[in-house]
Design a protein around this ligand. Structure first.
Ligand code: PLP
Length: 450
């Protein structure tokens, strides 16, 4: 059995089996207390972590004057002031992008980016099934079909080797998702896209400042999309952005997100092109600009804690941290690992998560097999989709979900912590390790709880 106990963990785990010894050697620790510390909190013991975790989202009073100024000025909409453009410049600079467009949300960023890359009614887009549902929905909103590739259980991201077999004459784009802020293996994806003349729209909605081979996620494909929704590392309630190394593509995005008006190189008179209103407001941009430095600093803290956790958790049988592509840096919107119940006396993942939560360390399973939820059945049964694809294609499409490799396994065995846990002190990372050891030691008894 691979185990590595720190002194603190060792003392706590040893306490249960050597209560009498402990009591003889250290008269200040009554045996009852020592036993309680080693017992899982779910079975009446003391939680390992009692300090709570950083509240999220964070609010700093120093932001308030700028925000109040916007509200008091009555200049709230993008076109009435310069805050949105200032944020776009700052964010583009941070990413090393040539241009950036702020949007109302990550979902609208994806919808706009796909449209700008000419994903049209009846097209197909290859995407990872292991993602937030917005990745599916943005493709459907463009009246295109989200075609799923396999999920690599080691990385939780799209398996590049499975993409080519999904390409049909309708395929227009590949949408890799850097899920939980972990970069996809982009090189083979980009090579494949070039070979088949496909667009690459990165769903970097959870990957602000993540890096792949020295470049930031969201600048690796044709367009990259981000979310600034409340739970995100740089939140503004709702909000999003599209980044690119190609400013003309961003001009095209700008036109579509602004009711079809001309923008920069995308010239025309009046409403010369289709468009919608997916604009960011001034107030959102003020809050976001204030958080750029904080994003950089907190990313470094999360990365250092995640590196430490990964080394420690890899030593626990039944816990497998994710594998990242070489020369990449994840930013950990969630910190995931794979859980093998057989190493925990068959303790179910849900019970494991419940026991961890009782120890003061909230965690849980994340995405399920969402393609079975009904939205895709509804889409392919709709008049529009039936007009756009043959019934044979739609049937084969629906049947293909059953053949997906890796995704079911990943959905069923992944456990994750939220990002705010990674902002804590190193001692709290030890609490996480210690709680898992405790649960493993008592997994048989925990399995008998309701
Ligand atoms: C992977 C992924 N894609 C897209 C989105 C959509 O972003 P938003 O909620 O800002 O619309 C999210 C948001 O959680 C996401 O996590």
């Amino acid at each position: 059995m691979r185990t590595h106990l720190t002194r603190r963990v060792f003392i706590r785990s040893a306490a249960a089996s050597s209560v009498a010894l402990g009591w003889l050697g250290n008269r200040s620790t009554p045996p009852l207390l020592a036993a309680e510390a080693s017992r899982p909190a779910l079975l009446g013991g003391t939680p390992v972590h009692k300090g709570g975790w950083a509240k999220w989202p964070e609010w700093l009073e120093v932001w308030e004057p700028d925000l109040l100024n916007v509200w008091r000025s009555g200049k709230w909409f993008r076109g009435s002031g310069s805050h949105v453009e200032e944020f776009e410049k700052g964010y583009a600079q941070l990413l090393g992008a040539q241009a950036c467009l702020a949007t109302a949300s990550g979902t609208t960023a994806l919808i706009v980016a796909l449209h700008a890359m000419e994903v049209d009614a009846g097209d197909e887009v290859i995407v990872s099934p292991y993602t937030f549902i917005a990745s599916y929905n943005a493709i459907l909103a463009n009246m295109a079909l989200p075609v799923f590739a396999d999920t690599d259980p080691a990385t939780l991201t799209i398996d590049p080797a499975s993409i080519e077999s999904r390409i049909t004459e309708r395929t227009r784009a590949i949408m890799p998702v850097h899920i939980f802020g972990m970069p996809c293996e982009m090189e083979p994806i980009i090579q494949l896209a070039r070979k088949h003349q496909l667009a690459v729209v990165e769903d970097a909605c959870q990957a602000w400042l993540a890096e792949y081979r020295g470049r930031k996620c969201g600048t690796l494909g044709d367009l990259g999309c981000f979310s600034f929704q409340e739970s995100k590392h740089i939140p503004s309630g709702e909000g999003g952005a599209i980044a690119s190394l190609n400013p003309e593509r961003i001009d095209k995005c700008n036109s579509y997100h602004n009711c079809g008006r001309a923008c920069g190189s995308n010239k025309g008179n009046g409403f010369f092109t289709r468009g919608n209103n997916y604009r960011m407001t001034q107030a959102q941009a003020v809050i976001l600009s204030h958080q750029l430095d904080k994003l950089v600093k907190q990313t470094a803290v999360r990365q250092a804690n995640a590196d430490y956790l990964s080394t420690r958790l890899a030593q626990i049988p039944g816990i497998t941290p994710v594998r990242l592509p070489e020369q990449s840096r994840a930013v950990w919107h969630l910190y995931p690992f794979r859980y093998d119940a057989t190493q925990f006396h068959g303790l179910s993942r849900d019970k494991f998560a419940k026991a961890m939560t009782a120890e003061g360390i909230p965690c849980g399973g994340i995405y399920h097999e969402q393609y079975d939820d009904g939205l895709l059945d509804e889409a392919i049964a709709s008049r529009g989709f039936k007009r756009l694809w043959s019934s044979e294609r739609l049937k084969a499409y629906r049947d293909s979900f059953r053949e997906l490799r890796g995704n079911k396994q990943v959905c069923e065995t992944t456990v994750a912590f939220t990002q705010n846990l990674l902002l804590a002190e190193r001692e709290a990372m030890e609490h996480i390790v210690e709680a898992i050891h405790k649960i493993q030691t008592h997994s048989e008894a925990l399995g008998k709880t309701g």
